[in-house]
Design a protein around this ligand. Structure first.
Ligand SMILES: O=C(O)CCC(=O)C(=O)O
Ligand SMILES: [Fe+2]
Length: 289
């Protein structure tokens, strides 16, 4: 398998310019990796580098589009510093995306920004929630009808520890491997899930297939071990960007990361034919949204 990671020397969050090769790589599901793009913490923000910031039973801290902070326990000053740090990262992540893929900008829908201070290795989770297993991102309760999930990540570990990922094979290979085995879509089941408020809107066939792929990948121990994959240790002080609904990924270790999710209609890509929606439509021969 060719490397699914493309390394870029950018040093300035606001210095990116659109490059056809990088855009094609991103839209093919590769990870754009920026080893020299650090996110520096300000002196008062150093005290935010502890999992004790987290409210009980919370995995991630988040800042929503309205600037509301969730998941932090502690005094007002601490809350203010956390919101400022996460907000600063959001601005830089948006500047990076604006430079790399400017045609996306008018079409982007900005999701909350997250800060993840928990050590990955110590988390225990059900197989379905376990991101140490390779998967593509698909959300059970929020159908997205093919809308893309673009994510910007930065490792801010103060002890120099990398965030170690496994990056898997191209999406079409995943789809060809698992589609013959997945449960077929039943509109009546989708209507029941909606009536029971398991889903916030009607689950489309696209959403069904994406969840089936997510589950099929994670539940297949042989696939996890033997599928084409590369281990990628993202050092502290680096950033990376990918379409996480397309790039098979797993996180094996690390602590302290910031993440920005952006949503984009597949039709607003430079090449909509590279999207999971287009690939799944082509492989099934059906309209799936
Ligand atoms: O925590 C990470 O590094 C990535 C986890 C993951 O799979 C995700 O955010 O989609
Ligand atoms: Fe994921």
């Amino acid at each position: 398998m060719d490397s699914q990671v493309v390394e870029l020397g950018l040093r300035d969050w606001r210095g990116a310019t659109p490059d056809h090769g990088w855009i094609a790589a991103l839209e093919a599901g590769k990870v754009l990796y920026f080893p020299r793009l650090a996110f520096g913490l300000l002196p008062p923000e150093q005290r935010l580098l502890t999992p004790s910031l987290l409210a009980p039973d919370v995995r991630n801290i988040s800042l929503d589009a309205e600037g509301r902070l969730k998941g932090v326990v502690g005094e007002a000053g601490l809350q203010r510093d956390a919101a400022a740090m996460i907000g600063r990262f959001r601005a830089q992540a948006l500047a990076l995306v604006g430079g790399l893929v400017p045609d996306y900008v008018p079409a982007l829908r900005i999701a909350p920004t997250s800060y993840r201070p928990v050590q990955v290795e110590t988390r225990t989770q059900s197989w379905r929630a376990d991101d140490k297993r390779m998967h593509i991102d698909a959300f059970p309760s929020r159908p997205n009808y093919g809308e893309r999930i673009l994510r910007v990540f930065v490792n801010v570990n103060p002890d120099g520890l990398p965030r170690v990922w496994r990056v898997g094979e191209p999406f079409e290979a995943v789809a060809r491997r698992f589609l013959p085995r997945v449960k077929s879509y039943a509109p009546w089941q989708a209507r029941i899930l909606q009536a029971l408020h398991v889903t916030k809107s009607l689950r489309s066939e696209y959403d069904h297939l994406m969840l089936q792929l997510h589950d099929a990948m994670k539940s297949d121990a042989d696939y996890q071990r033997h599928a084409p994959q590369q281990t990628m240790a993202f050092p502290s002080g680096s950033a990376w960007v990918c379409f996480s609904d397309q790039t098979p990924h797993a996180v094996m270790s690390g602590q302290y990361m910031l993440e920005q999710t952006l949503h984009l209609a597949a039709s607003r890509q430079y090449n909509p034919e590279s999207s999971p929606l287009a690939i799944l439509s082509r492989l099934t021969g059906r309209t799936i949204v």
